[in-house]
Design a protein around this ligand. Structure first.
Ligand code: ADP
Ligand code: MG
Length: 570
């Protein structure tokens, strides 16, 4: 069994220590040994496991109602008063400041599901909560947790095997079929979000965006920009890099705003008239000497600008400011410049257009310049945007999201992120299953049938796992306001008759073949969700003692606790 030691002074970290580390080897009749500090709080045994299970269920309850196309959203206000509206399990759990050490595990699996596959975060939390709920009666009746853990692991392995066996593979080489597959998966992911009404619009956009990338499908090559105003359907996908026009000085208006087949210089240089005397102490005795210093300063700047002009670059981008003198200089020579470009945008331009970011103008050879087919400045809503399209190096794109409220656009961004992740996953990995509880019902049936072939306690435990899987269709019904018992009975019957893809039909309060209804999900989402949920519940079941150290306020670690205290980076 593991113990949780919750040391308050190591940033709330939970660590597992073996049993012998805090009991002496032979504790016969010895005087009482004080091992832990006064005020240490420790609880153990069955009540401890039960209490951890209850905490996890509270977490599952927090996200329960958000599951599925009829799920509700949560509005969370953080300590700075910032409101977030979300339907995404991981986002909600991240926003909640959970302190219970065992319950944090569920937050972690939701986060890992988010990072690994991007969708299915609510499902994974619900499943883990339900596995634990089913384990609870066994724990109360004094079944040893290790037996439960063993059975759960076995059941999870079986379930994953079954998913792999029944998942459908799509012919990747047929572009039309592949595209359809991607669109269906993206649509299923989006149908449970706030933007479900604009599902078709965004499905197309997300699939187009991912298709624009190269084989590695790097996520950071899809830029997402938000412009408030306009309707959701005014959002656009741009096949290239786009970023908001940066702060500009006088003279900017005279610069051309469109070029074709151009060279781009990417800089990390300040092009401003800089008082060089700031860098060194200069002593002067006469006005002439002073003038020569001022002249030198101008010359330094003009030399730089001259080199840039001669390099043949038409567009100058810099991370640092480009001042008014430089702006005017470029304007006079039919060039465009933008200073204070956000680093991320500059890097994306570099990856897309080639070249490299220069910190000096001394070696501005042609190979450090980027190039692209067109550069253009356009108006989007109330903002001006710089667009670079036809980039030769990396394939990249930018989604510009429009919409009313800021929270709404933010939730749209998160929803698109889920869908983009799903499309990427499906492209790499073409197996799909039917959603809407269909796959869970089939797994449940499989496990139940299997459990009957096993003798002993494991039979019951595997049956418990089978029952727990039904939480997904059950919750989908409940969130849609359907009679869950009725629908689940129908589903069980249909699955027993061999209708493996039957799931909840949220439109007609009935059951339907969700494969035909095109509610598709990548198999990997489900595999990951079940594995992670089983692992998390096993971890929680294996903890039978929590030892909580008293707050280490006065006697922190040596060195006054600097750098390792709570909230400070390690
Ligand atoms: P998660 O964070 O787990 O992805 P969602 O709120 O996105 O949670 O809900 C996903 C669940 O909703 C999946 O089980 C999926 O199969 C189901 N679902 C999505 N679209 C539909 C639909 N059109 N009909 C029935 N179920 C659906
Ligand atoms: Mg989802």
């Amino acid at each position: 069994m593991n113990k949780i030691f919750n040391y308050e002074n190591s940033a709330g970290k939970v660590c597992y220590l073996p049993l012998h580390s805090f009991f002496t080897k032979d504790n016969k009749m010895q005087p009482q040994i004080i091992l832990l500090k006064e005020g240490t709080d420790s609880s153990q045994g069955v009540p401890q496991i039960i209490s951890n299970i209850n905490a996890c269920q509270a977490i599952a309850d927090a996200v329960r109602t958000t599951l599925g196309p009829r799920g509700m959203d949560k509005l969370i206000i953080n300590d700075q008063g910032k409101a977030t509206i979300s339907n995404d399990g991981a986002t909600i759990l991240k926003q909640l400041d959970i302190v219970h050490p065992a319950a944090k595990t569920l937050v972690d699996i939701a986060k890992s599901q988010d990072a690994e596959v991007g969708d299915g975060t609510t499902s994974v939390t619900l499943l883990a909560g339900e596995f634990l709920k089913e384990a609870k009666p066994f724990i109360e009746e004094a079944v040893h947790p290790q037996i439960i853990i063993k059975a759960f692991r076995k059941a999870a392995t079986e379930a994953v095997k079954k998913i792999k066996e029944i998942s459908m593979r799509i012919n990747k080489s047929d572009p039309k079929e592949m595209r359809q597959l991607l669109e269906k998966c993206a649509a299923t992911s989006l149908s449970s979000k706030l933007v479900a009404h604009q599902k078709d619009f965004f499905t197309k956009m997300v699939v187009d965006a991912v298709m624009l990338l190269d084989e590695l499908l790097p996520l950071n090559m899809i830029g997402v920009k938000k412009v408030t105003g306009g309707g959701l359907e005014d959002s656009v996908l741009i096949a290239g890099v786009a970023f908001k026009k940066t702060f500009s000085y006088a003279g900017f208006e005279m610069q051309p705003k469109k070029y074709t087949n151009l060279k781009i210089a990417l800089l990390n240089i300040e092009l401003e008239l800089k008082a060089e005397r700031d860098n060194a102490e200069v002593r002067v005795d006469s006005v002439e000497e002073y003038q020569s210093i001022v002249d030198a300063e101008w010359k330094i700047l003009y030399d730089k600008l001259d080199i840039l002009h001669k390099s043949g670059a038409k567009v100058i981008l810099s991370k640092l400011p480009i001042g008014d003198v430089a702006t005017q200089y470029f304007a006079d020579r039919d060039m465009f410049c933008a200073g204070r470009v956000v680093e991320e945008d500059l890097k994306r331009t570099m990856k897309a257009c080639g070249g490299s970011i220069q910190t000096t103008v001394q070696n501005l050879s042609p190979d450090v310049l980027g190039n692209c087919e067109t550069f253009e400045e356009i108006q989007i809503g109330g903002e001006r945007y710089n667009l670079f399209t036809g980039c030769p190096q990396a394939r990249t794109c930018t989604i510009i999201l429009r919409g009313g409220a800021e929270q709404f656009i933010e939730e749209t961004e998160r929803s698109l992120h889920d869908a983009i992740m799903i499309v990427r996953r499906t492209m790499k990995n073409d197996a799909v299953v039917a959603g809407g509880g269909a796959i869970e019902m089939e797994l449940s049936k499989h496990l139940r049938n299997m459990s009957r072939t096993i003798a002993g306690k494991e039979q019951l435990l595997m049956g418990a796992m089978a029952k727990a899987l039904e939480i997904i269709p059950r919750q989908l019904c409940e969130n849609a306001g359907f009679d869950a018992t009725n629908i689940l009975n129908k589903l069980r019957q249909r699955h027993a008759q061999g209708g493996i893809w039957y799931g909840v039909d949220v439109l007609n309060e009935d059951i339907a073949d969700n494969f035909e209804n095109c509610v598709w999900e990548p198999a990997v989402v489900k595999i990951n969700a079940i594995t992670a949920a089983a692992e998390a519940s096993c971890l929680i079941l294996s903890v039978d003692e929590t030892v909580k150290n008293p707050k280490a306020q006065q006697d922190g670690p040596p060195g006054g606790g600097m750098g390792r205290g709570r909230g400070r980076p390690m």
